[in-house]
Design a binder for this molecule. Sequence first.
Ligand SMILES: Nc1ncnc2c1ncn2[C@@H]1O[C@H](COP(=O)(O)OP(=O)(O)OP(=O)(O)O)[C@@H](O)[C@H]1O
Length: 750
Amino acid sequence: MLSDLDLIGTIEDDEEVPEEPESEEEDEEQPIVLGKKKQAKGKRSEDFNSDFVFAERDGQGDDSWVMDDVMKQLKKRTATSLDEKIETVRKKRKNQVKADKNNQQTEKEEDIKSEEEEEEDEDEESAEEFSSEEETVLTKADTLRVKEKKKKKGTGKSGFFEDASHFDENLTFQDMNLSRPLLKAISALSFTQPTPIQKACIPVGLLGRDICACAATGTGKTAAFMLPVLERLIYKPREAPVTRVLVLVPTRELGIQVHTVAKQLAQFTEVTCCLAVGGLDVKTQEAALRAGPDILIATPGRLIDHLHNCPSFSLNAIEVLILDEADRMLDEYFEEQMKEIIRLCSHQRQTLLFSATMSEEVQDLAAVSLRNPVRVFVNSNTDVAPFLRQEFVRVRPNREGDREAIVCALLTRTFQDHVMLFTQTKKQAHRMHIVLGLMGLRVGELHGNLSQTQRLEALRRFKDEQIDILVATDVAARGLDIQGVKTVINLTMPATMKHYVHRVGRTARAGKAGRSVSLVGEEERKLLKDIVKKAQAPVKARILPLDVISKFRDKIKNMEKEVYAVLQLEKEEKEMQKSESQISSAEKKLHDGKEAQGPERSWFQTREERKKEKLSHALQEFDLALRGKKKRKKFMADAKKKGEMTAEERSQFEILKAQMYAERVAKRDRKPKRARAMPEDDESAAKASKPKKQKKNTVFDEELTNTSRKALKKYRAGPSFEDRKRLGIQQRRKGNFKSKSRYRRKSSNS
Ligand SMILES: Nc1ncnc2c1ncn2[C@@H]1O[C@H](COP(=O)(O)OP(=O)(O)OP(=O)(O)O)[C@@H](O)[C@H]1O
């Protein structure tokens, strides 16, 4: 039956569940292969040169997190942290339980146990209750059948990129003609051998060629672009204090990380680096930019802000432009900003474009913004890290509400530390932080609803092992290199394969092993099939005993009041802070007078334009998701009416969000491709010969000037059905029938 449904095979409920080994020893068991026969061990590392070894990284030590100056720029923390609030609520619960126990004990006249003992009992309760059984990693062949499609030979892309994906396997850093200070830094970082992407890219980068590169997550892309750039800066020292290299990154955290790597690699040189990302102090950054640092690492938004507000700073002298995680920057709302930046950069530049995943759009961007680029695809577009073990937990159709319980079971029983848990929404990430915190786990959260201080603080605590679990949205999925992440858990499957690759890429980095566990419901099966199809190593199915899930489900249910209490505490604190800040800003206005405040900062779009752009993106996304899908509309309306969602609705909402995004991406992919600015491209040549298109009319122009029959009819038709309903106009205008048959029906009725 499973094969008919194309599901991951799992042991049936009524079947005997095999004895469980400890999770670490699972490898000794026969692995369950999803859709593929188990491959020989040697084969899996084929595309990751089997001889390649990642060295010990003691050279990097603790100072890889060189964030002191970054943290200095941040504002003070809020009054009480979420963890303190969770602790307050937990303490209340403990006292309550203690009081209840004491009462029972006096009633039954039992011996009174010591307080210490009681506390221990309380803390260990969950462990004792749930540790007896272990979840299962399947030990029989799985039935998911993936129809093997014939691989298309030659993607066509190679037609316009010179390909340099093959590299000299024996190349060493010493063979690359790098300067002494760089070789010294490389050995200080304990990099003994270049990784495949470094072997392929560094020689090409040193030639000054444009590169479009793709390699799996955690394989050292940062050094692959940074080393040739540094070599160029050393070889050709600057004549004036100007910025010569610009690295664009999609997220603030990634910016901080790239900045750290750049500083480490440049530590024995004179090269200077500067970081300009959102959330950090603008004035400090402006001062640093005025000094003309050699390398600038920036997020698009903050960079544009500086370009418009810091008169002495420009991109005229940029010799190398690097677009890291370029596909992410084209997603979301970065597209216009990125194009603006590329336009402002000097035309005589070298451009390097890097990502672990490439989209059609990126290749289009490469075609128009890179000159005779060399294509370096060490891994295919959707390859996961070479030493990643991928696992999936099936969520049964009527058990969507169990997701939180499954995750809690996994985190309390099997994967207890160095775990990143990904959610689709910020709200869910926050909730999971509270739920897991109330269960006594050491958790932090990372998403866009937090201040920059809170985001960095969460990362720091995770890195310093002060917390075991980091709950995050996709903001943490890209590029973050957090050492020692053992497991990535997906509460729901991400929107696209690309997002999946990046999320699971937070583990199994730099040649280390890692594991991903993703919860897959009915609606997410398609993505699972794709993952299984693309997987190089066996993919496994994990099942949890049903009674364990139900125990955790009850536990969460009983905890809802406490979750609410924590949220309430937060709300109260927020309101207090709001009124306090209102008072202080009123006071400040009274003292300083309005003129004391500096002029408003300008931006390449007006505030209104930016708002409109965001809104239209959001509307498009929503529109698309709802089109022909009444079910979703109803769901959204129901969820709103009820106010608070149930566990089932919460997970449905998460999946819905992912689907909406995936549909938007799919729609964009279906759009006709842009003309490629390559000389050999016939299509673009034909287009170039066409007369230039006139400036596009605005909607306003169109409405006033369009005299076609259809348009006139449209504007004559009066209010829409929705508006009629809203305004209480029940009747359609007489004679306005959609079809003849309807007219006939109407007249025969009357
Ligand atoms: N030659 C090398 N030898 C040993 N370790 C290396 C080498 N090059 C890079 N590393 C280490 O590998 C890790 C991953 O590097 P990096 O963050 O550049 O990967 P990435 O390919 O950019 O990943 P992502 O796609 O997730 O951004 C880092 O911790 C880095 O220090």
